[in-house]
Design a protein around this ligand. Sequence first.
Ligand SMILES: [Zn+2]
Length: 414
Amino acid sequence: MKFVIVVGDGMADEPQARLGGRTPLQAAATPNADRIAGAGELGTVLTVPEGVAPGTDTAFFGIMGYDVKTQYTGRSPLEAAAMGIVLPNGHTAFRCNLVSVTPGVELINAHMLSHSGGQVGGRKGRDIMAWLNGQPRFSRRLRELDMTLYPGSAYRHIMTLGPKHSEPADAKHLRLTPPHEFLGEKVAAHLPEGGLADLVFEVAALANEILPDHPYNREKAQGEGLQANAVWLWGQGSRPQFMPWAEKFGVSGSVISAVPLVKGIGFLCGLSVVEVEGATGELDTDYDGKADAAIRALKGGDDFALVHVEAPDECSHNGDLFGKVEAVARFDAMLGRILRGLDSLDEGYRLLLLSDHCTMVRTRAHASGAVPYVLYDSGRDEGKVRTYDEKSAFEAGTALESAVQLVPRLLKGG
Ligand SMILES: [Zn+2]
């Protein structure tokens, strides 16, 4: 028996006037999802419990069988895991954005101009952070503070804090504003608060003193465009205590996704993370490559594969309604390729199809509420004619209060 989860990120949405009152899932051609919705169990599931912010990270806790309310410790430990950083107990991880602030003034008097360093490129962002890491003044101070900088890609990097001068509880009481939440506003109005606030701001201010000397920023200072001239720490947390899937469920498997958060959750579950060249997290991602990677992993002996596609969510955040419809259609074609691959194996399989959370094109933001799911068993056919969308799933009658029960049912049946 093989087991597969296929997630279309943020696919679920509300009816759209521009689609004649249909949702993107209703408007897109989804013959493969429709077929298994008719053959399998169709319903709605609350992937993120009430009172928890809907996000890919919080939704995936439930989808992977963990309780987000008791086990969630922040997003940066998940991103750190995706970068292969094994965060020891007692250490705290921070998301460290390479940002743009007003040049030529002290950080405290600057405005936050860009949370992405003026859209600094992947390799360039990494180079700038590696350079910062190599500046003696900066590296010496980080060592004294028991901190480590891990250059990632573009504007996304990780910093960790060891236990030398702090307790993990100090980091829990630290309040840090994500830089994308105060774009164009004064840094002084969004300073870190709580224990360790001074330490966090000192690191950001020191980076802001040094970064303008990087050749990339010197060049920007002479010409046009924003400098990547400061760092901003946020999203801190300790390593979540996950029982690995091998122990929890007795299965091995792979995770296929372009998104660091999802990869990190995969690592923490003890699953293999398969890199697919051409997986971009956007509309032009390599759908066939992802489907083929999943089938290859299953043929190679894995019991389980998770395939995650970010494109519908990305289009929603961009307010691109027709892009979202196209992303859903391409996602469905990928689902078809996965189903054909599974049908070519000599054994039965069960597949869970769902949207991790709703993302509204109207607000360009995630939203709470139940999402449609299908639990399909290749050995069963309900023989119904149904479509995979919000309305049809609601009418089917099965309304699960939590996603935590889905994986055990996927793996054990029933
Ligand atoms: Zn998501």
